[in-house]
Design a protein around this ligand. Structure first.
Ligand code: PLP
Length: 398
């Protein structure tokens, strides 16, 4: 087979996910779209505002619109718009020179890991974590090192401290979190900043903090605390995928704290690696975003679904931490084997992702970027699958 030996193990992991999608497709063919309750995808379902769609049409109709290559770090107006937005969000001036426009948040993370990591370097990630991180680390030759979180999936600075070592290059955090919905506050970020400062000094090597925040605007209580004031050696990653809901258009960015060690070199290297990988981010959408300042996702759309799903899960007897942000819930599975539990749910035509895919077995993830009818329709199946799991685990009363 002409597939490189080094990529084969990741392809095997991919095949497991593909098999899940295939099973979903087969179920939909058999029972119809409304006969399957698919909570397995993180595809935003709140449409971008109508005003933005009008702006797109205006932009596309502009005479002389430039369809040529753009600067590899991004169009100056797009970088300036992002820098302005980040200045307000982070509470300190962010120069456009340390912003690089990328192909989504995943593009930004892939670029950053290539820039920062030598083969064998370690990337510490609080668990549970987004499944993509394992792939990005793998492609950069880095090793993902999970660190436990607390009982509500918030940061445990002591657990992170003990995961740091001479090979640690960066810590990667994600708030609001996929899959747990945790939104980190100022105190836990400040505690993490102190841990990283102390460890960098002790290990004689700068440890960077990467903050992946594509769900930043989707919260149901307090907004995520800004990361830059907590640790100067931070790099923000964000995208326009979940907010305002343009996942298919593939636009994101990274922004290096201007006071980070070697900030200018990192930003320059990121632009260069971005050009090596994909040349640059989509120019049309950079122009559109630069003009459409202030547009955002309709959080009420997700809040309604969150409240409904929490109600359904609670009345079916599941234990879970209500999500503070993003559009996922991460309940405890009623049996230790979360893959088996996902099978029991599938027998009820309910599709979820097992917690072990996110580094925390014994749980499962539901995305509530789905129609309300899907949530209501799954209520009975969720109840039955829980009862079946408890019977299998020998705890029929629950
Ligand atoms: N980071 C997290 C936590 C995500 O959940 C996702 C997508 O689901 C991404 C990054 C990738 O997003 P993008 O579409 O911006 O590449």
């Amino acid at each position: 087979m002409p597939i490189a030996t080094q990529i084969k193990p990741r392809l095997a992991a991919f095949a497991v996910i593909r098999a899940m999608f295939e099973e979903g497709r087969r179920l939909r063919e058999r029972f119809g779209e409304t006969g399957v309750y698919d909570f397995s995808l993180g595809n935003p379902d709140a449409p971008p505002p109508e005003s933005f769609r009008r702006r797109l049409a205006e932009l596309a109709a502009e005479p002389g619109l430039d369809h040529g290559y753009a600067p590899v770090a991004g169009l100056p107006e797009a970088r300036a718009a992002v820098a302005e937005r980040l200045g307000a969000e982070q509470g300190l001036p962010v120069p456009a020179e340390t912003v690089v426009m990328t192909v989504g948040a995943s593009g930004a993370l892939n670029v950053l890991l290539r820039v920062l990591c030598d083969p064998g370097d370690e990337l510490v990630v609080p668990a549970p974590y987004f499944v993509g991180y394992e792939n990005y680390a793998f492609l950069a030759g880095a090793r993902l090192v999970p660190a436990a979180t607390d009982g509500r999936f918030h940061l445990d600075p002591a657990a992170i401290a003990s995961a740091l070592g001479p090979k640690t290059r960066a810590v990667l955090i994600n708030s609001p979190n996929n899959p747990s919905g945790a939104v980190y506050g100022a105190a836990e970020l400040a505690a993490l900043g102190s841990v990283l400062e102390e460890a960098s000094r002790r290990l004689g090597r700068r440890i960077y903090l990467l903050a992946d925040e594509p769900y930043r605007a989707i919260t149901y209580g307090a907004a995520p605390a800004p990361v830059f004031p907590a640790y100067a050696h931070s790099i923000l990653v964000n995208s326009f995928s979940k907010d305002p809901g343009l996942a298919g258009e593939r636009l994101g960015y990274l922004a290096v704290h201007p006071g980070a060690e070697d900030a200018a070199q990192i930003a320059e290297a990121a632009a260069a690696v971005n050009s090596m990988m994909v040349v640059h981010a989509p120019a049309f959408f950079q122009r559109a975003m630069a003009r459409a300042r202030g547009i955002g996702v309709d959080v009420a759309h997700y809040r309604k679904r969150r409240d409904l799903l929490c109600e359904v899960l609670a009345s079916a007897g599941y234990a879970f931490v209500p999500p503070e942000g993003a559009f996922y819930v991460f309940p405890q599975a009623p049996m230790a084997d979360d893959r088996r539990f996902a099978e029991l749910l599938r027998a009820e035509r309910i599709l979820v992702s097992p917690g072990s895919a996110f580094g925390v077995p014994g749980h499962f993830r539901l995305s509530f970027a789905v129609p309300e009818a899907t949530i209501r329709g799954a209520a009975e199946g969720l109840r039955r699958a829980r009862a079946a799991a408890l019977r299998e685990a020998g705890r029929p009363g629950g």
